[in-house]
Write a protein that binds this ligand. Structure first.
Ligand SMILES: Nc1ncnc2c1ncn2[C@@H]1O[C@H](COP(=O)(O)OP(=O)(O)OP(=O)(O)O)[C@@H](O)[C@H]1O
Length: 719
């Protein structure tokens, strides 16, 4: 600890008038030691400095910060933002430490290196460097751009790979927004009629709002790219299942019979080498989600939606019920970030549905778009208000940024009205937004995005729904009103401290059914299903209210109550989450399993992970399967020693809970304000609950402050 004031500290330690590259490199080393910068960021900059020795400190610092931003989900570094809030680019002060702490650390802070710069001057210095290629705008031609490790686009600095990925994503999406090779498409009136029939079961809105599910479906019939965003239970799966039914009915009819299609028709264009557009062939449709759990949930809800469809059996049979992960679809290769499918070896499919698209990061989206054949339709489903992907990028959020209020071009509005019979508010058709190039582009993207806002899961008297809405609006007063309303499905638990007895009781009662099922040797799948009834969520990893501390405490309490036999190592009842993809084992980051004595291995412990199995065996149907078969149904067993990256998951971070749902969620908030605790995080945590949510914290103000803090990810995705 030093006695120096912040200013003195910065002046004497490392901030001469014009800091040299050596001073900067030495400081980066100290930042790494303090945990402010990732080791990889400092390595990268040292590598650059070795190869371009004349690079000034300002350029090397920009490189370090641009690299560091990736670890925080930003695709690039905004120079102006870094200048406005230099400490925020390194997330300073560190978690659980105050500004005062920075004064005590004897190391230069980022602003010491930025003092004499403005965005223009900084950009000039970058542009002069051999480390940087310069592009005026994101969509400027990049034909002869020199191959350099950094790319400056306007005032955004990228590591080249991420600039490339962002450009590929933009190009891939833009290509799908225009007419296909077969020319303009026009959905026939007959298909519109089928569409209206399929949606007749939807109750009209009491306030006269149009049926947005039907409109979303019509929009997706018209084009090759459609983004459908909506909170939990707003009918995304229902809508997309009806869309698939319409398209399959059309494909199977070959354009004749039940569904008449007009020239340049939507949907019947497969990868048909004969050139026949109207061959009777079911479309090759694939469903994917970013994680195994999300894929399992999609399979389950698609099955539910298909069962409710009123369509001929042949159409029903042509709708897939199994979803896979994006990685599996693309053909992930062990130890490589390259996939088997890419532009040179595209996927063989006609339509791809990607659920939980908010979790798909920029790199993966680039790979997915690259592997998609030109004719294929892409439907992205997700919730724009949720946390973005763990890795860099926020593609769904970027695509939906201007989605509300909805604004469609007049031509689209006319077509939607023709197909759906819905009357669209005049405000929705906005020729005025087409005035400038910028808004014209935005207008075009807007024609591909629809937001479903009415939840069928959380009815008007649902506290979870009201809480989620108040949170999304960032409205403290609304939040207070929600607590006062006395909803039965939400509760506030005031914590006296991390060892709070009421919290312990809740958690013990929450996990008791699953752990008793373990003791009773019930089949593994039953135990897993019981485990998913309850989940303790945390905002943070470290600290007394973080996952690490809570996991230890929960295990101790459960052992005291006799529900588990050990609190460390491998024990029956230990739930674990995979924290790193293991392609050899077919397990992915976020997969959850439970440790149980395996009757097929003489009672030795194995970790059981759920697998999707729709078809039951003859023996199973006749009730002839053995006890061991019953125990292993719908799961697969893995030796604990083969699991290299797992952690106990009595408590889970909200980040890791994305794509999962639980009947009852207890969400523990940290003490005091924290930059990690944002509106998106709180919303995501709350909406993991299907029927009950308990928010636990020492002060309600923490929650109120959180919903006013937003995650803004730097990116430059321009469409
Ligand atoms: N228009 C509607 N009228 C009545 N019920 C509906 C309607 N649309 C959907 N539902 C019902 O609401 C529930 C949620 O629908 P669905 O699964 O399609 O929503 P989702 O947006 O995909 O949800 P999630 O985000 O959880 O995946 C289902 O039980 C579905 O049958």
């Amino acid at each position: 600890m030093s006695d120096a004031t912040p200013l003195e500290t910065q002046q004497h330690s490392a901030a001469p008038d014009a800091p040299t590259a050596e001073t900067l490199l030495a400081t980066l080393g100290l930042w790494v030691e303090l945990g402010w910068l990732r080791r990889v960021d400092a390595h990268l900059v040292r590598f650059m400095a070795r190869h371009v020795p004349e690079a000034p400190a300002s350029v090397l610092l920009a490189a370090a910060l641009a690299s560091h931003q990736l670890g925080r989900g930003h695709v690039c570094l905004s120079l102006s933002r870094a200048l406005a809030e230099p400490r925020a680019t390194l997330s300073l002060p560190p978690l659980e430490q105050s500004e005062a702490h920075l004064a005590e650390v004897s190391v230069a802070l980022p602003e010491a290196f930025l003092a004499d710069l403005d965005a223009g001057r900084w950009a000039e210095q970058l542009a002069e460097s051999r480390l940087v290629s310069v592009l005026a705008q994101a969509d400027s031609p990049a034909g002869h751009l020199p191959l350099r490790p950094l790319v400056l686009v306007g005032e955004r600095l990228y590591l080249r790979r991420y600039w490339q990925a962002e450009r590929e994503v933009a190009a891939g999406l833009r290509a799908r927004m225009g007419p296909s090779e077969e020319g303009e498409t026009r959905v026939s009136d007959a298909l519109g009629e089928r569409l209206r029939e399929l949606f007749t079961s939807n109750q009209p809105d009491p306030h006269g709002a149009p049926d947005w599910q039907k409109l979303a479906c019509a929009l997706a019939l018209r084009q090759r790219l459609t983004v459908i965003s909506g909170g939990p239970g707003t009918g995304k799966t229902t809508t997309v299942t009806r869309l698939l039914a319409l398209l399959q009915a059309q494909a199977l009819s070959g354009g004749a019979g039940g569904v008449e299609v007009e020239s340049g028709v939507v949907g019947s264009v497969g990868s048909d080498e004969t050139g026949h557009l109207h061959e009777r062939r079911a479309l090759d449709i694939r469903l994917v989600a970013p994680t195994g759990k999300a894929a399992a949930r999609l399979s389950e809800s698609i099955r539910g939606a298909v069962a409710k469809l009123e369509v001929p059996d042949a159409v029903r049979a042509a709708i897939p019920r199994e979803a896979s992960t994006v990685h599996r679809l693309l053909g992930a290769r062990p130890d490589s970030r390259h996939f088997r499918h890419h532009a040179g070896n595209p996927l063989a499919l006609d339509l791809l549905v990607v659920d939980e698209a908010s979790m798909v990061d920029l790199d993966l989206m680039a790979a997915l778009l690259g592997a998609l054949p030109a004719h294929a339709r892409l439907i992205l489903l997700g919730d724009k208000d949720q946390l973005a992907s763990v890795e860099a990028g926020a593609v769904l959020g970027d695509l939906c940024e201007h989605a509300l209020p909805p604004r469609y071009s007049p031509a689209v509005c006319a077509d939607l009205a023709r197909l759906t019979g819905e009357t669209l508010d005049e405000a929705i058709a906005t020729p005025d937004v087409l005035e400038t190039q910028d808004t014209a582009d935005r207008g075009r993207l807007a024609d591909h995005v629809v937001v479903l806002q009415k939840s069928y899961r959380f009815s008007a008297d649902s506290g979870i729904g009201a809480l989620a809405r108040a949170c999304n609006a960032g409205d403290r007063q609304a939040l207070r009103a929600v607590w006062k309303t006395g909803y039965r499905d939400i509760a506030w638990l005031k914590l006296s401290g991390p060892e709070d007895r009421d919290l312990e009781k809740l958690v013990v009662n929450g996990y008791r059914p699953a752990l008793e099922a373990v003791r009773e040797r019930r089949p593994a799948r039953e135990v897993i299903d019981l485990l998913l009834e309850f989940q303790l969520l945390c905002a943070l990893r470290r600290g007394p209210y973080g996952v690490d501390g809570l996991n230890q405490r929960v295990a101790r309490v459960l052992m005291r109550r006799g529900l588990i036999a050990e609190e460390r190592g491998w024990y029956a009842g230990r739930p674990v989450m995979v924290t790193r993809n293991d392609r050899a084992l077919g397990l992915y980051n976020g997969d959850v399993g439970i440790t149980l004595p395996d009757p097929a291995a003489g009672g030795r412990l194995r970790v059981f992970f759920p697998v999707e199995e729709e078809v039951s065996s003859d023996a199973e149907r006749d009730g002839q399967d053995t006890e061991i078969q019953r125990f292993h149904r719908g799961v697969r067993a893995v030796l604990p020693s083969r699991l290299e990256a797992v952690e106990t998951v009595f408590a889970m971070t909200v980040h890791k809970s994305q794509g999962s749902e639980f009947r009852h969620v207890v969400f523990v908030l940290p003490e005091g304000a924290n930059p990690i605790l944002t509106r998106e995080l709180v919303y995501t945590g709350i909406t993991r609950a299907k029927s009950r949510v308990t928010l636990a914290g020492t002060r309600r103000e923490t929650l109120e402050g959180a919903i006013e803090r937003r995650v803004v990810r730097a990116s430059g995705l321009v469409l």
